[in-house]
Design a protein around this ligand. Structure first.
Ligand SMILES: *[C@@H]1O[C@H](CO)[C@@H](O)[C@H](O)[C@H]1NC(C)=O
Ligand SMILES: *[C@@H]1O[C@H](CO)[C@@H](O)[C@H](O)[C@H]1NC(C)=O
Ligand SMILES: *[C@@H]1O[C@H](CO)[C@@H](O)[C@H](O)[C@H]1NC(C)=O
Ligand SMILES: *[C@@H]1O[C@H](CO)[C@@H](O)[C@H](O)[C@H]1NC(C)=O
Length: 325
């Protein structure tokens, strides 16, 4: 009896799962979405689209959709829209499923899944580029106030180990809605492009979007496999220099406080103060004195501000950040 109990439990569990499954199959009032399509809308960018099922019988609850990205990277989310934009590498293909679900967590079983996929682009194995690295360099150009930050992009890579000798590679980047092909390549000994330089890009130094880089190629002897990579751009804009300036100020303040403390200590013990500064007659009005101090402080801080502004207005280029991926 003791040995049989776990076996019975397992059996029971299995039947419970089975009956629940058949129940959800029969009882689901929700129909799956229709016309589910995946469309490539840019480099490393797809648009998923579907429609609510026209045969759906009216139910008394709000409906939404559960989207599951299966490849290249699993991801699950819910939405009430009938379309969804994703940014992801596409050289390994892309596949996703969607089902109709009750929106407010009502205990109604979801619909069946409907799926769609993009096949991986063709190409011989080992022909795509490898070891892609990209670097951005942000410079401040004060002569063009509308676009003060200029971001250049440099990428380098190696030819795939099975790429034919006549392979030629082409590199593209997309940032937001901007896509550009490289115009300035550097080549290896076999005359294959292995590096690229974009002196000016549409990359925003303050944006949070990913930078998509795509490299494909051509050869007479084999189809060349394309390659995608997404890069996260780090937050730029003189923000990088701020922390160090703040730290410098904090250290400076601490140093000044320390020196003042030491000085007052010496003054107290050695009566240096009275020796250095003989007593002055007391002022007539202490309020007037207070104002004098405040206004002199104000002048000082204004001067500091002006100094900062004139520093910013200094003409010429200034390197802000070099990001290496
Ligand atoms: C959606 O699919 C149905 C067939 O399943 C088709 O008749 C209809 O035209 C499609 N609608 C759109 C907008 O493509
Ligand atoms: C290219 O990357 C691979 C690993 O991804 C590494 O083993 C190899 O050393 C790299 N080659 C060069 C030349 O950097
Ligand atoms: C970034 O650009 C500036 C100005 O063009 C240049 O002086 C600097 O050497 C560049 N840095 C890198 C790492 O390319
Ligand atoms: C490479 O990709 C670009 C951008 O998607 C495309 O316009 C071009 O036709 C492709 N070239 C090859 C050789 O596949």
């Amino acid at each position: 009896v003791i040995i049989m109990a776990p076996a019975l439990l397992i059996l029971l569990g299995a039947t419970v799962i089975l009956s629940a499954d058949s129940l959800s199959d029969k009882k689901s009032l929700l129909l799956p979405p229709t016309n589910f399509t995946i469309k490539v809308t840019g480099l490393s960018q797809v648009l998923l689209r579907w429609e609510s099922n026209p045969d759906q019988e009216p139910v008394n609850i709000e409906l939404g959709y559960h989207v599951r990205i299966n490849a290249p990277q699993e991801e699950d989310y819910e939405t009430r829209n009938t379309e969804s934009k994703r940014v992801t590498v596409l050289h390994k293909g892309f596949s996703a499923s969607v089902q109709t679900v009750p929106w407010n967590g009502q205990p109604l079983p979801p619909s069946r899944w409907v799926s769609a996929e993009l096949k991986a682009p063709p190409g011989s194995p080992g022909t795509s580029i490898v070891n892609l690295t990209c670097t951005t360099n942000t410079t401040v150009n004060n002569h063009t106030p509308l676009r003060p930050y200029q971001v250049s992009l440099h990428c380098s890579w190696l030819a795939g180990k099975d790429a034919p000798e006549d392979t030629q590679y082409f590199l593209y980047y997309r940032y937001g809605s901007w896509t550009e092909e490289c115009q300035e390549y550097r080549r290896d000994t076999l005359n294959r492009n292995t590096a690229c330089w974009f002196p000016k890009t549409f990359i925003s130094s303050r944006g949070s979007e990913a930078l998509a880089v795509h490299a494909n190629g051509s050869s007479k002897h084999a189809p060349i496999k394309p390659f995608d990579q997404l890069f996260a751009l780090h937050a730029i804009g003189s923000d990088d220099q701020k922390p160090s300036t703040e730290w410098f100020l904090i250290v400076l303040m601490a140093a000044i406080c320390f020196i003042l403390l030491i000085f007052s200590f010496i003054c107290k013990t050695g009566h240096l103060w009275t020796r250095l500064f003989p007593p002055v007659p007391a002022p007539k009005s202490s309020i007037q004195d207070f104002f004098v101090i405040v206004s002199s402080e104000k002048t000082v801080s204004t001067e500091t501000e002006i100094e900062v502004i004139s520093y910013v207005e200094d003409p010429g280029f200034e390197t802000l950040e070099d990001s290496v991926f």
